[in-house]
Structure formats: structure tokens, C-alpha cells
Design a protein around this ligand. Structure first.
Ligand SMILES: Cc1cc2nc3c(=O)[nH]c(=O)nc-3n(C[C@H](O)[C@H](O)[C@H](O)COP(=O)(O)OP(=O)(O)OC[C@H]3O[C@@H](n4cnc5c(N)ncnc54)[C@H](O)[C@@H]3O)c2cc1C
Length: 462
């Protein structure tokens, strides 16, 4: 389909936030003309050569099929939908938490229409009590775990249904938006193009954060910095946490370490999963995923262990800080990510290929054996070791010698722009939502945010 000169709504980014926004626009006003511009590929063309088994190490494809493309960063995720406002983003700080929860339920219904199951893990007070005995604070929620495979087919169905009603352009990189004329400038397969949008929505996710932040800076739009989380991905035999995962699927546990008083979070649990790399705008970091299909499962589970830092004056670039730490790990691993056994870290020595070969835990990612203490700040590393030791009380085996630590994993949350009902204060008719605007950090809240903005744009919500 040819691209028209103008649209009622242009959504920049085809992640879950952008897709849900388009879905709601179509539910509320079928005759709206809506265009999604997505810088990555169509979902069915997103093929990570590592996941396809063609290469062992990240070859930094452009675009990165894990992070970019239709269905966004969540496309190859584990598909954990957390039915809660307790975590997963900061929407409850800008609107009523009950309303946010209602939108999360609405998003869930839409996903079910596209094939997602309704199976849920329920909170478990017995496990929470066990954690409390060791000063570990487990966050409780109902969790749906689709698994990477079912999540993919759900998103594919959603995009298919939307494609009949709206226009979707892939490999269309938005470079600029003129806040006065509402012209959107983008490059598609080497050609520069311009299109007008009556309303424009930035739904660019974490991968688009740098572009959006620079755009806000250029257009004098104030932002409030968010926290930054830096740490490692932990991998161990699946049996160690099975007594938790079989009951609640995902243990999300907070620990306030004694020495610094910082909060370290265990989250993003992937049962019998795989550690993966992600290319965050040129910097390689780690993440994890897992399949529902038993035939594809590994012998290990993995989870993120990250320490949160809030910077105060004079430093105001938390995202650059995290990128710097991660790029140091890339540098000392010859352009890749590191893996170290906990025992080696405690003994003050690097992990080597031969030590990895002797390890009882077989890594699911072919990372470079090395020494995390050479690239990760002492404070974060101390917090991680302290937290692993605390977690060992409720899941003995967590702090075993051969527990693998991959680095660096970081989650940086975009600075939040000055908005009123998600409309940028200094840019009328231009909206921002989801992870890229610092409102969310999960599938369920990003999805809810898309629906909310869809309702605002069609006058269903003031
Ligand atoms: C490996 C992995 C596993 C995860 N697992 C889970 C999980 O199990 N549960 C959970 O709740 N969360 C998970 N997350 C986080 C979750 O995926 C995100 O919170 C969610 O995808 C955010 O949605 P979004 O729409 O705001 O942004 P995104 O999904 O990041 O989508 C933004 C889209 O915008 C596009 N874009 C960016 N800049 C431009 C531009 N200039 N022009 C055009 N397009 C642009 C990007 O290519 C991208 O497709 C995971 C993330 C990763 C990477």
C-alpha cells in the first residue's frame, strides 16, 4: 500500500504499546487513518542468527531482530504478563492504580482474543513468609506465562488482525518530528520520506530512548530522570528454584543489602530457559527467555539480579552510565559479554574456558569467560554477592561455586518527559507512551499505556 501524505494518527514504534494504541483507536473509531512506522522488520522476518543456531555469538545485525521490529522488544520474550501495578512501571504515579489495573485486564482480554491462554499463577503466602524470615521481600502478583513460542504467535495474530484496518510500514526509521508542522521525517530502505500526522505518538521503547531523548532536548521538553539498574544474569540448575517456579512461576524478590543499603532485585525469571544477548543501540547486554514447549527447554533456569541506583546532582545521565558499564564488559571480552562462575569471582580469579568446561552448570550462552570485577563497579558487585548469599537461604544452591554470572545486564529506564495525560507539554498533539517514555518497564503496563493513549486520542478518556 502506498504511503499517503497525511494520517489522523501516526504511531512511531510497533511494540506492544504502539500496537495496543492502534487496536484501541480502531475499536473506538473505525474510520480513523492510522499509520505505524517501525524501524525494524516485520515479525515473521525477524530472525536472530543466534536463535536460529547459525552463529554462536552476536554479530550485531542491523536492525537487531531481538530488540527491533514489529511486536517490539517483547517479541521473543518469555511473555510474562504481570497482572499487577505493584511493579512493571510507573503508571500508578501518574494515574489511579485501580484504573491502571483495569487497563491491564483490558489488554489481557485483547491478547486472549489473539490466542493467549488464560492460565495464571497465583500469589503464594507460604513462600512469601519463607522469604520474610531472611529479610527477603517477595512481590506478589497474578502472573501469566505464555512462553516465547505462544507469545510470538499471539503477537503475530494481533498484527495480522490490525493489518486489515491500519497501515504498517516496517524498516521505516523515524529521524525527526517537527513539533509545529507535525511532519514526520523517516528513512525507509535508504529513501528519505515525509508524512503528516494530525496526532503523533512516540512509542519507541528502550531501543528508541536515545533518539527520543535527543529529540526532547532539541525541542526544549523537560525530562525527569529515572533509576538505572545494573547487575548480572544468574544461571543455575532449574531444580534450585523449582519449589518457587512450580507454584508462582516467577519469584520477584527484593533485598536491601546491609553494607550500602541499596535495593537489589531478583526478577525476569526464566524457567529451564536460555541466556541471550541483546544489542541495545550498539552495546551488548544480556537477558533471558524460555519456551513453553518442553522439547525446547534447557536444564537451567536464569534470572536477572540488578541493583538500582538513583543519581542525584550533578550527574543526570543514568542511561549513559549503564551503557558505559556494559560497554566496558564488551571491551574486555573482545566485543562480547562475559561469564564468570560465582566461585571464581569469590576467589578473586577470572573464569577461563577450561574452568567453564569443568563447571557442573553448562552455560546456555556462549559468552566469554572472564572477570566481572574488572568492569563492574564494586558497589554493584558487592550487592550482587550479598543478595546471592541471602537468596541461598530460601533456595539452597543459589550461591554454589558453579553458579554462572553473565555481565553486564542493565535496565535503563528512559527519562520521563513533561506530559499532561501523556501529551507532551511543549508539543501539542504529540504523545509519548511505554518504555521509551519512562512510564513503563513491562509488557502489561506498556500494553495498558497504549490503550490509555488510544482512549485519550479518541476522546473516551479525559
Ligand atoms: C529479551 C527480553 C525479554 C523480556 N521479557 C519480558 C517479560 O517476560 N515480561 C515483561 O513484562 N516484559 C519483558 N520484557 C520487557 C518488555 O518487552 C518491554 O517492557 C515492552 O516491550 C515495552 O513495550 P514498548 O511498546 O514500550 O516498547 P518496545 O517493545 O521496545 O517497542 C518499541 C518499538 O519502537 C521501535 N522504534 C524505536 N525507535 C524507532 C524509530 N526512531 N523509528 C521507528 N521505530 C522505532 C523499535 O524498533 C521497537 O519495535 C522483555 C524485554 C526483552 C528485551
Amino acid at each position: 500500500m502506498d504511503i499517503k501524505d497525511k494520517y489522523d494518527v501516526i504511531i512511531i514504534g510497533g511494540g506492544i504499546g504502539g500496537l495496543m494504541c492502534a487496536w484501541r483507536l480502531m475499536e473506538n473509531k473505525k474510520d480513523l487513518s492510522v499509520l505505524i512506522l517501525e524501524r525494524g522488520k516485520a515479525l515473521e522476518d525477524r530472525k536472530c542468527p543466534i536463535l536460529e543456531g547459525k552463529v554462536k555469538k552476536c554479530i550485531k545485525c542491523k536492525p537487531c531482530s531481538i530488540m527491533e521490529g514489529m511486536a517490539g522488544a517483547g517479541a521473543f520474550s518469555d511473555g510474562k504478563y504481570n497482572i499487577t501495578t505493584e511493579y512493571g512501571g510507573w503508571l500508578p504515579s501518574v494515574m489511579d492504580a485501580k484504573e491502571v489495573l483495569d487497563y491491564i485486564h483490558q489488554a489481557d482480554h485483547i491478547l486472549m482474543k489473539c490466542g493467549a491462554s488464560n492460565e495464571r499463577y497465583k500469589p503464594d503466602d507460604e513462600l512469601k513468609t519463607l522469604c520474610l524470615r531472611y529479610d527477603l521481600h517477595m512481590q506478589q502478583a497474578e502472573v501469566k506465562h505464555l512462553g516465547t513460542d505462544a507469545n510470538y504467535s499471539t503477537m503475530l495474530k494481533m498484527i495480522e488482525k490490525l493489518s486489515d484496518k491500519i497501515q504498517i510500514e516496517t524498516q521505516a526509521i523515524v529521524n525527526d518530528v517537527d513539533k509545529e508542522s507535525h511532519k514526520v521525517f523517516f528513512t525507509q530502505k535508504g529513501n528519505d520520506k515525509t508524512v503528516y500526522g494530525d496526532k503523533i505518538v512516540f512509542a519507541v521503547g528502550r531501543i528508541g530512548n536515545r533518539m527520543f531523548d535527543a529529540w526532547c532536548e532539541k525541542n526544549s521538553i523537560k525530562r525527569t530522570n529515572n533509576q538505572v539498574d545494573v547487575g548480572v544474569r544468574v544461571e543455575l540448575p532449574y531444580q534450585v528454584w523449582e519449589h518457587f517456579s512450580s507454584r508462582i512461576y516467577e519469584p520477584k524478590i527484593l533485598y536491601k543489602g546491609g553494607h550500602y543499603g541499596d535495593v537489589t532485585r531478583m526478577f525476569c525469571f526464566n524457567e529451564r530457559g536460555y541466556v541471550v544477548t541483546e544489542n541495545s543501540d550498539g552495546v551488548l547486554t544480556v537477558n533471558g527467555h524460555s519456551y513453553k514447549d518442553k522439547a525446547k527447554q534447557s536444564e537451567n533456569s536464569n534470572f536477572a539480579l540488578l541493583c538500582s541506583t538513583f543519581f542525584t546532582e550533578p550527574f543526570d545521565q543514568p542511561v549513559e552510565y549503564a551503557r558505559y558499564v556494559a560497554s566496558l564488559a564488551n571491551k574486555i571480552s573482545g566485543g562480547y559479554v562475559l561469564v564468570q562462575r560465582l566461585g571464581d569471582l569469590m576467589d578473586g580469579r577470572r573464569t577461563t574456558q577450561s574452568r567453564i568446561r569443568q563447571s557442573t552448570v553448562k552455560p546456555t550462552l556462549d559468552a566469554v569467560p572472564g572477570d566481572l570485577s574488572l568492569c563492574m563497579p564494586k558497589r554493584q558487585l558487592d550487592n550482587i554477592v550479598e543478595t546471592l548469599q541471602a537468596l541461598n537461604y530460601v533456595a539452597p544452591g543459589t550461591a554454589n561455586y558453579d553458579t554462572l554470572l553473565y555481565g553486564v545486564e542493565c535496565k535503563y529506564y528512559s527519562a520521563r518527559p513533561d506530559c499532561e495525560n501523556f501529551e507532551l507539554k511543549q508539543a501539542k498533539g504529540i504523545y509519548a507512551l511505554g518504555d521509551g517514555a519512562g512510564f513503563t518497564r513491562s509488557l502489561s503496563q506498556a500494553a495498558a499505556n497504549g490503550l490509555i493513549v488510544g482512549d485519550i486520542l479518541t476522546g473516551k478518556r479525559k
